[in-house]
Design a protein around this ligand. Structure first.
Ligand SMILES: [Zn+2]
Length: 302
């Protein structure tokens, strides 16, 4: 059996050996003797010096090649750290370009949700760059205090990119509005995202009529308004479906409160200097669901 397998590569060598043995005897009988097949066995013994491998004699140079391939294969794996390669040391524009911001936030969330964030603008150079200039955030984010929402992570942005306001239920309280006004006055940030999220405790606490402290109950009045409005227009909704719809309506509640609570913000939206966009972060997938502009915006801005 083994002979059969070894015969394939060694046949030519044995054939050349046969003619060398035939000249002296030149008889028909000795034919059985010329079984110099053992000779080929001598060759493998020489190869055996390396070890045992009988067949792999010629592939001596092969061992070097695989090693080189292995190193090349290992290098590309760690390279997915494009952090240092990120060309984010370019000068910060005086004011962000509105048209590029939302598409970039959308793209950043896709990278985050797909498990391939690039973590841009998070190196020492960026820290030094942002320290040397005034704040120039690309967008303002009004969102909940829930620990599962980290704006720079879920939008795959860097230091100095997002100006974030956080309050339970992302309520547009007078303090939140005042803080946003200060930011807009200082930076002219052209985009504001009101970001709700699934499983928001501020919303479910109202939906389930949980007992709240007097401070919390007072603070969450806008959320209570959103829940009441949702129930009024969707009386058949129950359970998670009701909570999910309340989350969306609560986003619009905050947008409406921003527009009604600040003439400065309303004017910026009316004149196109500021765009307010609603969104919902899905805590189970990491995906941000974009809701667009508040449908009732025009009637408020008249
Ligand atoms: Zn929340």
């Amino acid at each position: 059996m083994l002979l059969g397998s070894l015969a394939v590569p060694l046949l030519p060598a044995s054939d050349h050996a046969k003619p060398a043995a035939h000249p002296p005897p030149a008889k028909p009988a000795p034919k059985p003797e010329p079984k110099p097949e053992p000779k080929p066995a001598a060759k493998p013994s020489a190869l055996g010096e390396h070890k045992e491998a009988p067949k792999p004699p010629p592939p001596k140079p092969a061992p070097k090649a695989p090693i080189r391939h292995a190193t090349r294969a290992q290098r590309p794996k760690p390279t997915p750290k494009p952090e240092p390669a990120e060309p984010h040391d370019k000068p910060i524009p005086e004011y962000p370009v509105p048209g590029n911001i939302l598409p970039d936030l959308v793209a950043g969330n896709r990278r985050f949700a797909s498990g391939h964030p690039t973590h841009p603008r998070q190196n020492a150079a960026r820290i030094a760059q942002t320290a040397a200039t005034a704040e120039h955030p690309r967008a303002c984010i009004l969102t909940c205090t829930d620990s599962r929402i980290a704006p720079e992570l879920i939008f795959d942005q860097g230091i100095g990119d997002l100006h974030t306001l956080r309050l339970a239920g992302h309520i547009a309280s007078p303090d939140a509005i005042a803080s946003l006004e200060l930011t807009l006055e200082e930076t002219n940030t052209p985009v504001c995202v009101v970001l709700g999220h699934t499983g928001c405790a501020a919303v479910t606490s109202i939906v389930e009529d949980r007992r709240l402290s007097s401070n919390a109950a007072t603070m969450l009045k806008p959320v209570a308004n959103a829940v009441a409005r949702t129930r009024r227009y969707n009386p058949s909704l129950k359970g998670h479906a009701l909570s999910d719809e309340c989350v969306r309506v609560n986003v619009w509640q905050s947008v409406e409160d921003l527009l009604r609570g600040s003439e400065m913000i309303a004017t910026r939206v009316r004149t196109g200097i500021l765009k307010i966009t609603g969104a919902v972060y899905h805590t189970d997938t990491g995906v941000v669901e974009w809701l667009g502009s508040y449908p009732g915006q025009l009637s408020i801005l008249r």
